[in-house]
Design a protein around this ligand. Structure first.
Ligand code: PLP
Length: 423
């Protein structure tokens, strides 16, 4: 059960009334449910492990979805590893107590500094995306007298059936190495000093709700692993990436069944003698977060009614970036739907729109709303556009809540600017 429910027409986060929280915390702010994150993690790991195979499955949470220390620590305590895409994320993961032995490093643009830092940290695996990267890792690990455990990220040329900006597994995307060159790249990697080739990696995109692209991918990976084993490569790890979608719009979105997803992994991949890594981000975090906001104005024009919120695209970018649909709900529920609104932020761009033609009960200036399913790719994508400082974040557990990120002070934002001494 989702941890955000109405009781007597008041929205609750676990055992706390969101209205009561707004009396103590100024909007806008992100609110996360600790229990929801825990439940999502358990559902995922139970789906992977319910099939009672002896295959070792490790969840490496994709930190880019939400990298707050309190969230990482929550997942670390549940046994999660991490998928990181920068030194910053690696430092965050280590600081939150995720052991280096459970951390994989993905991304097409790893710098020499980042690679050296990861080598010294002793991470589980680099997911390598190109030959020049492979060469650089080899050179750096030799220089440090260390060995880099690597997997090659294969681009399987599969249509993920998702938004084009978050599709990563097509031949035209910048990610991975063409599947047709698998043998060649593994032969090349095997001969490089300082490199231990231990795995294969794939990630075809994000917010994928149909199982077909996953099935196609796993099938392809199984074929490739079989070939590589035949060639004498000691492939021990299969990293299937993340991408499992969630239901943002209950009326139109397909539901991605976790159990069936896990069964596909086992059907195609568990017979190969490898351990399996899964890198979910959105599936663990999205449903655990709300963006709590207040209606600053109700503006009526000849064409439309606008709700102008105190939150904006800089706080939450998904609707303007991907035309993403998010449910928007009142903190105090009224029974009848009676008005149609465009729900927008105050930023000076038409793209600063959270929802168009959304039907809600009559809303008044000062009412509180929540934008649902904002736990993943919410706060991490925020900016300070329009000189709007980063907003705060709180975490609820049962009947208590804590601030897990202070809102940025305006002075802190402005005082980073420096004047040249000749001005
Ligand atoms: C973004 C990303 C993920 C997580 O994707 P979700 O859709 O949030 O599950 C996993 N692996 C890699 C390499 C990624 O880039």
């Amino acid at each position: 059960m989702n941890q955000f429910t109405y009781i007597d027409n008041r929205l609750y986060a676990e055992a706390l009334s969101v209205m009561d929280i707004t009396k103590e915390i100024a909007t806008p702010f992100y609110l996360y449910s600790h229990t929801e994150i825990t439940n999502n993690y358990h559902r995922f790991s139970q789906a992977l492990n319910r099939l009672n195979t002896k295959v070792n499955c490790q969840i490496c949470y994709a930190i880019k979805a939400n990298s707050n220390q309190a969230i990482l620590k929550t997942l670390a305590l549940l046994g999660s590893g991490a998928d990181v895409v920068s030194e910053g994320e690696l430092q965050r993961a280590l600081k939150a107590g995720i052991p280096a032995s459970k951390i994989v490093f993905s991304g097409v643009g790893k710098t020499a500094q980042e690679i050296s830092f990861a080598l010294k940290s002793g991470i589980l695996q680099f997911n390598v995306e190109s030959e020049p990267e492979l060469k650089r890792i080899s050179k750096l690990s030799v220089a440090l007298n260390l060995t880099a455990n690597i997997a090659i990220r294969i681009n399987p040329d599969i249509e993920a059936d998702t938004h084009e900006k978050i599709s990563t597994g097509k031949a035209e995307n910048k990610f991975g190495i063409e599947h047709t060159r698998t043998k060649a790249i593994y032969a090349y990697a095997a001969n490089l000093p300082g490199i231990n080739v231990q795995g294969i990696d794939v990630h075809i995109g994000s917010q994928i709700t149909s199982l077909a692209p996953f099935e196609e991918t796993f099938k392809k990976i199984a074929e490739l692993v079989t070939e590589l084993l035949d060639e004498g490569h000691d492939i021990k790890v299969i990293d299937v990436g993340g991408g499992i979608g969630i239901t943002y719009n209950p009326e139109t979105d397909k539901q991605c069944d976790l159990q069936q997803y896990a069964e596909l992994i086992h059907q195609y991949l568990s017979g190969l003698g490898c351990s399996i890594i899964v890198e979910p981000g959105r599936a663990l975090l999205a449903s655990a977060g709300l963006l709590v906001t207040q209606v600053n104005y109700v503006k009526t024009t000849p064409e439309k009614q606008f709700l102008i919120l105190d939150a904006a695209m800089n706080d939450f970018a998904r609707p303007s970036l991907y035309d993403a649909y998010h449910q928007i709900l009142p903190v105090k529920q009224q029974s009848t739907l009676s008005s149609v609104y465009d729900i927008v932020g105050p930023v000076c761009e038409t793209g600063d729109t959270f929802a168009k033609a959304r039907e809600l009960a009559n809303i008044e200036q000062g009412d509180f709303l929540v934008i649902k399913d904002t736990g993943a790719y919410g706060s991490v994508m925020s900016s300070t556009y329009n000189t709007r400082p980063f907003i705060g974040e709180i975490m609820v557990k049962g009947d208590k809540f804590s601030t897990i990120r202070q809102p940025q002070a305006l002075a802190e934002l402005i005082n980073k600017d420096l004047l040249p001494d000749w001005l």
